[in-house]
Design a protein around this ligand. Structure first.
Ligand SMILES: NC(=O)c1ccc[n+]([C@@H]2O[C@H](COP(=O)([O-])OP(=O)(O)OC[C@H]3O[C@@H](n4cnc5c(N)ncnc54)[C@H](OP(=O)(O)O)[C@@H]3O)[C@@H](O)[C@H]2O)c1
Length: 314
């Protein structure tokens, strides 16, 4: 598994990270515990050495499960996120010093680590970041030697920009073929600050795998049920035609093309995968290939033109 540096943090991450939101059963519907265990073990066997989670995933259960599998593997990097509670719907947020400090200690305990590798604020609002208390709290924990790098999982470029301005060394952003403008607007600041970028939602929640019928219906509890109207989904599925020409003997599937496109961007430190089964994980790791070069300049340029033709700025 190839590695990339996480900005100037001194941390090296495998290019592929195992994300655990989908696996936790939150967001997409239930996943049984045996599958959760098998996916984590398979990720280790495939050489993934970075694992992304959150205090809220399974209300702490995912942190505990990761700890069980990663015990005795101190070189496995763990990224966790704080500030969201899923004890009701919609989830609550809290980023004040007292809560964050307590939540950090609980996560460190669940993860079985005195020093947590990477801690991110979990989708804070812009005023929360600008207020400064949350970023100062994480900076204080780093100064005390309790975490190695901190940052933000940002829903908007403004939040990421504000956090970078306050010393964040890591930003986690949705970044995929259909959704890249926000991340691209930050690349200069990310480079100037020496920050690292984690890319999540690389398959646009599964859409970019290109396997859905145009009338796909999502079960209640699957966040995708509220993400697109039927017309929007039909349009999104039509727009996949812009990516299809990348699929050939070397790139066997759309999902492989989508992942390669993300990894083509050198400012991405690692792609957070979201498999919900061993089969999905195997497919993703196999089809991403062993780059570089993941995609040639000619391929990305032609893709950008085709995306523009279907109304997507890439
Ligand atoms: N705020 C944040 O920091 C944040 C936000 C989002 C995600 N993340 C992290 O990033 C990870 C991935 O992001 P994501 O869940 O938003 O989006 P994603 O990776 O774009 O999509 C995940 C979905 O893609 C489908 N999928 C996965 N592997 C597949 C395969 N081999 N073939 C076909 N479909 C496949 C699955 O859908 P089906 O259920 O239909 O099989 C899965 O639920 C999450 O698990 C989470 O850990 C972090």
């Amino acid at each position: 598994m190839r590695r990339r540096s996480l900005g100037w943090t001194g941390l090296e991450l495998t290019e592929l990270t195992l994300g655990t939101w989908g696996l936790s059963g939150d967001g997409y519907g239930p996943v049984d515990e045996a599958t959760q265990d098998r996916v984590i073990e398979r990720a280790l066997a495939l050489g993934l050495a970075c694992f992304e989670t959150a205090a809220s995933y399974g209300q702490g259960a995912m942190e505990r499960r990761l700890a069980r599998h990663l015990r005795g593997i101190p070189e496995a990097v763990i990224v966790t996120k704080l500030g969201t509670f899923r004890d009701g719907s919609p989830p609550r947020k809290s980023f004040d010093r007292e809560y964050l400090t307590k939540s950090f200690e609980q996560s460190a305990e669940r993860l079985g680590r005195d020093v947590v590798d990477i801690v991110l604020l979990h989708n804070p609002s812009l005023p929360t970041v600008e207020h400064g208390e949350a970023t100062e709290t994480l900076a204080g924990l780093q100064a005390a030697g309790r975490l190695r790098a901190w940052g933000v999982s940002a829903g908007t470029p403004e939040v990421a920009r504000a956090a970078l301005g306050r010393g964040a060394a890591v930003v986690s952003l949705a970044f995929n073929v259909f959704h890249s403008a926000a991340a691209r607007s930050l690349t200069e600041q990310i480079a100037t600050k020496g920050a690292g970028m984690l890319a999540h939602s690389a398959l646009a929640y599964g859409l970019l795998a290109g396997l859905w019928p145009v009338d796909r219906v999502f079960v209640p509890g699957d966040h995708r049920a509220d993400r697109w109207t039927p017309d929007e989904l039909r349009q999104r599925i039509r727009q996949l035609d812009a990516i299809r020409p990348l699929v050939d003997g070397k790139i066997p599937t759309l999902r492989g093309a989508a992942l390669r496109w993300v990894l083509t961007h050198q400012y991405v430190s690692s792609v957070i995968l979201g498999p919900r089964s061993v089969l999905q994980l195997d497919q993703l790791v196999r089809e991403v290939g062993r780059g570089p070069t993941y995609l040639t300049r000619a391929q990305t340029t032609a893709l950008a033109a085709r995306l523009r033709d279907v109304g997507i700025e890439a």
